[in-house]
Write a protein that binds this ligand. Structure first.
Ligand code: ADP
Ligand code: ADP
Length: 231
């Protein structure tokens, strides 16, 4: 078995019993593999993440971690092994360093700074009074989308998860910001199992495998070359 697998997963949201959001989804991710999840809006990509995180349970089929049914695992322990980098990074009202520390409560300042460096978030923290006085939020500093993503990546690096769920930003970053984010993501993904809702062609190209979801069904899966060969 893989690090993570869906076995014939069926799901609908409780509020909409007549709408099958996932209709028999099967896939397996080997440890350390990098998977790109693609498909149109409404296909069920975010729902796949919600089921992995245990926010909902499948009504039929199983979500498996290391071959074990997630339903039999401790949710808290399970979530500790998973880091999420969402499309829109939410920061709370605190310093940037506190926002990064959230990935590992009680981490030392040195650990937090190291994670920030790995995530290419160090330079702008230094600029802003070493992240101490810098309060994020309505009355604090405004950060760019790319900077917010790098804070989320630093948070994930600190959390040191086995599994990474990443929803790529759809809004375009400028070239330099994209380079810094990509470099940070590379460092985060090394040696981890990752599932990425991909909005960029470069992510699809570099994935070990691509899952194409449409109307709650996996309509194709394979490497970039395999999918291109099929047209
Ligand atoms: P994607 O991430 O591929 O855009 P989603 O997983 O967000 O797709 O959504 C799949 C379907 O489930 C859509 O039809 C969406 O409207 C519906 N949906 C998503 N979240 C909810 C929810 N909390 N309650 C009811 N329906 C939802
Ligand atoms: P305000 O009311 O001053 O605009 P909010 O916190 O309500 O501040 O945020 C409004 C928008 O700005 C939201 O989209 C939020 O995600 C974003 N935002 C909030 N704080 C920051 C920040 N420090 N840097 C960048 N964007 C932020």
């Amino acid at each position: 078995g893989g690090a993570l697998a869906f076995r014939d997963v069926h799901f609908h949201y409780p509020s909409r019993p007549d709408q099958a959001v996932l209709a028999g989804v099967d896939f397996e991710v080997a440890p350390g593999q990098r998977i790109a999840l693609v498909g149109p809006s409404g296909a069920g990509k975010s729902t796949v993440f919600s089921l992995i995180l245990g926010y909902y349970r499948p009504e039929q089929g199983q979500v498996l971690f290391d071959g074990r049914d997630a339903a039999s695992l401790d949710l808290h322990a399970l979530r500790k092994g998973i880091a999420v980098v969402p499309q829109e990074v939410m920061l709370f009202g605190g310093t940037i360093l506190e926002n990064i520390e959230y990935g590992k409560p009680g981490a030392s300042r040195q650990e937090i700074i190291e994670a920030a460096k790995q995530a290419n978030a160090h330079a702008f923290i230094e600029e802003r009074e070493q992240g101490y006085e810098t309060v994020v939020g309505p009355r604090g500093v405004k950060l760019s989308g790319g900077q917010r993503q790098r804070i989320a990546i630093a948070r994930a690096i600190l959390a040191d998860p086995r599994v990474l769920l990443l929803d790529e930003a759809t809004s375009a970053l400028d070239a330099e910001s994209e380079r810094l984010v990509n470099e940070a993501l590379e460092r985060l993904m090394v040696g981890r199992t990752s599932l990425v809702i991909a909005h960029r062609l470069s992510t699809v190209r570099t994935a070990d495998r691509i899952l194409v979801l449409n109307q709650g069904k996996l309509v194709e899966q394979g490497s970039h070359d395999e999918l291109m060969a099929h047209g």
